[in-house]
Design a protein around this ligand. Structure first.
Ligand code: SAH
Ligand code: SF4
Ligand code: F3S
Length: 469
């Protein structure tokens, strides 16, 4: 092969579980593998390499990996019987936490590597081709994977086009909430340098991004080094990003309440591009439980923080994560959570039954809550959260909002996008508006989405009505 020839295309299938950071990481893995000739495909059946990018946050999430592996083994065997090879890899947080277990339970897996090692993928592929058994790489390398990444080629997106993009700016966690595996699977807290983040944001915008969601396990702990050697917090970074031509929306997730500082709050007041929607997980409304969780905020401190944020940005909509049935949670503790949800008026939330994770302190705590109790509490909480979400959506009817259309609707002639408050919005609109922001009058508030009419069309209808009258 001479230097100009590209290697033969090989099919790469990546299945992503878990959080947005895994979505971002999967796109980076595809980037790292592209020079070896791997091209992403939508189906695993006939792929030359399959990567499961896994999540370890709750037991159910972790178990999915093993059921998927069983199915993939059959594909791998079929491919081998036809004289081909399928490289099977497990990446992400389950790989980090249970690497040896995966190799033991699924010896047909070729590579197992953690979230900090995927820049070494090409080397692992070569080793796997030589090795008889699985290549296991679950070290926390000295070097940062970010320094070894090629310039991102594939934007990681929540939608179907490049208009909304994820950008990981911070990774890892030093908080050690007593229920959580993340500090063990992602390692110590790390912030990418300011210049790298800005360069990547500019590149994303040049390729059509109108919205960037900054990602981090604790994104507001961001303390990236600027060129002058000083450290920038998230507020400062947001202000700088807002200067980028064409970037009309900035979001960040997930934030840690105790680390929201005044500068970030001020950014919510001063930066119109910073969207009025914030995911700020509180987990529980009971001080006793928050303490046992090792969260560094009490319920009243959370209330006070929300008040400050709303003073800065009055239309701020809040979402949260909740864990019910944490060890020792009494009915009264749960009622405290229920009351907090009503008081804050969360418009969206993720809520989970506490899932004991091996190796975390809470898994060994006395007074584990019985499953039926967890289930009943979760149902009650979710009923309340759903009602609040429905009410918020209904209250949006009649309002005019800017919608970023980032995908086609399910039906022909429709586009789907997001409101400033993250609600999915479905509108009859021409494909030419895909990837852009347009003004929409909200006409329907459903449980999980909104419907609307392009203001342009509304105006035209208005004119028509006038002409006809
Ligand atoms: N860094 C974020 C959370 C990341 S994990 C924060 O501090 O808020 C995402 C969510 O998963 C958490 O907010 C929590 O609600 C949930 N979670 C984490 N560990 C869990 C466990 N052991 N059982 C149930 N839910 C859990
Ligand atoms: Fe997990 Fe707590 Fe860190 Fe969030 S802050 S990732 S819940 S340890
Ligand atoms: Fe899951 Fe790891 Fe993200 S455990 S939630 S994939 S950080």
């Amino acid at each position: 092969m001479n230097g100009n020839e590209r290697p033969l295309a090989k099919k790469l299938y990546i299945r992503t579980f878990g959080c947005q950071m895994n979505v971002y990481d999967s796109a980076r893995m595809a980037d790292v593998l592209a020079p070896l000739g791997y091209v992403p495909v939508d189906q695993p059946d006939d792929a030359d390499m399959v990567i499961l990018n896994t999540c370890h946050i709750r037991e159910k999430a972790a178990e999915k990996v093993f059921s998927d592996l069983g199915r993939l083994r059959a594909f791998k065997q079929r491919k081998a019987s036809e004289g081909g090879t399928m490289v099977l890899a497990v990446a992400g947080c389950v790989a980090q936490a249970e690497g040896a277990e995966i190799v033991r339970r699924a010896p047909y897996v070729d590579m197992v590597f953690g979230p900090q090692a995927y820049h070494r993928l090409p080397e692992m592929v070569a080793r796997a081709a030589r090795a008889g058994g699985a290549v296991l790489d679950t070290d926390f390398p000295e070097e940062s994977k970010f320094d070894h990444m090629v310039a991102p080629e594939r934007p990681a997106t929540p939608g179907a086009d490049a208009s909304s993009a994820f950008l990981t700016i911070q990774e890892g966690c030093d908080k050690f909430c007593t229920y959580c595996v993340v500090p063990y699977t992602r390692g110590a807290e790390y912030s990418r340098p300011v210049a790298d983040v800005l360069a990547e944001a500019r590149r994303l915008c040049a390729r059509g991004a109108r919205e960037i969601t900054l990602l981090g396990q604790n994104v507001n702990c961001y303390h990236g080094r600027a060129v002058d050697g000083r450290e920038w917090g998230l507020g400062r970074l947001v202000r700088e990003l807002a200067e980028i031509e064409g970037l009309s929306r900035i979001r960040y997730t997930t934030s840690y309440p105790a680390d929201v500082d005044d500068d970030l709050i001020a950014a919510h007041r001063d930066v119109p591009q910073l969207m009025p929607y914030l995911h700020l997980p509180v987990q529980s409304g009971s001080d006793r439980i928050l303490k046992a969780m090792n969260r560094r905020h009490g319920a009243d401190a959370y209330r006070a923080l929300v008040e400050k944020l709303r003073a800065a940005r009055p239309d701020l909509a809040l979402s949260s994560d909740f864990i019910v049935g944490f060890p020792g949670e009494s009915d009264r503790d749960f009622e405290d959570t229920y009351r907090l949800v009503e008081e804050i008026g969360f418009v969206q939330a993720y809520s989970f039954k506490y899932s004991p994770r091996p190796g975390t302190p809470a898994a060994d705590m006395a007074m584990q809550v019985e499953e039926p109790v967890k289930g009943a509490r979760l149902t009650r909480l979710q009923d309340l959260l759903n009602a609040q979400q429905r009410r918020f959506n209904a209250d949006c009817v009649g309002r005019r909002m800017d919608i970023l259309f980032d995908r086609l609707g399910k039906r022909a002639g429709q586009l789907a996008g997001r409101s400033p408050y993250m609600q999915p919005v479905i509108v009859d609109a021409s494909k030419s508006l895909l990837g852009g922001v347009a003004a929409v009058r909200i006409t329907d508030g459903h449980a999980n989405s909104l419907g609307g009419l392009l203001v342009e069309d509304e105006d035209r209808d208005g004119v028509r009505k006038k002409v006809c009258a």
